[in-house]
Structures are given as structure tokens and as C-alpha cells.
Design a protein. Sequence first.
Length: 150
Amino acid sequence: MKMSPAMRKAQENMQPGVITAEGFLGSEEHSLRDIIVRDEGEMQRLGLEFDETAVLLKHLVEEGRKGLGEPVTVDGKWLVQTWEARGHLACPFEDGIFRKITAEIENKSKNIKIIVTDLAIHLMETHHFLEGTGSSFRLDPEKMKKVLKD
Ligand SMILES: [Zn+2]
């Protein structure tokens, strides 16, 4: 599928060593556009809304930050631990910079965890991009559903 110049530039910025050492595409051989289209379909199939999921993740991260690095129980259901590093990361779509905040969110009754970052939440909410399969920070829809939904 043909990509816009902006989409092509974003895909270049996602290569290893441009913004982060690992990059954002993992081991994907698909184009950025095809990854986004595939994951939009996957989210829809699982009944996950991008906006709603981003709002919940932001809430969990902000509550988790109150633990100042120690794990915090949020809403009785999740255990959230956050790490913050100095500096910022640019969005590969070149529309903002984000704090280096990483959170581990565990569904306490299921013992399943996901790792989210401020940038990953923005990529999901604004660009419908969940990072490539094999990327350390990919927000896998199946796993998100298990951690976030009953
Ligand atoms: Zn962006």
C-alpha cells in the first residue's frame, strides 16, 4: 500500500538508532501503514477502543507514579510500578516530545503484565500505532485486553 511522505518519514524515524536504539518496528516486514491497518482490525475484533484504552492507561500510569517507584495498587485491580528517566523522547511522527516514563501494569487476579511508556500511549491514541511485533514496547492487543478487561 502506498504511504504518504509523512508516513514514510515516520517509518524512517522508527528504524533502530534514530530515536531509540531498538527502534519501533521490531521484526516486522510490513510497512508502517500495513501494521497500523492490521492492528486497527485487531483492536476492533477484540472490542478495544484506541481512545478509551489510552485514557485508562494514562490513568493507571498517573496513579502508579504516586508510588514514586514502589508498586501501587490502583482501583483494587491493578498493581502498577513506574520508572522515570531524565530527558524526553520525540514521537517518530514528529508531533511532540514525551517524558521517559515506563510503567509495568499487572492485573492482580490474572498475574498478567504489560509494559507501557508515555510515548507508547501517545502512539496508540494519536496514531493507532502499537509498535511492531517483536518490539519491547509493543502494546499487543490480546495482552492489553487480558490485563485491562475482565
Ligand atoms: Zn505523535
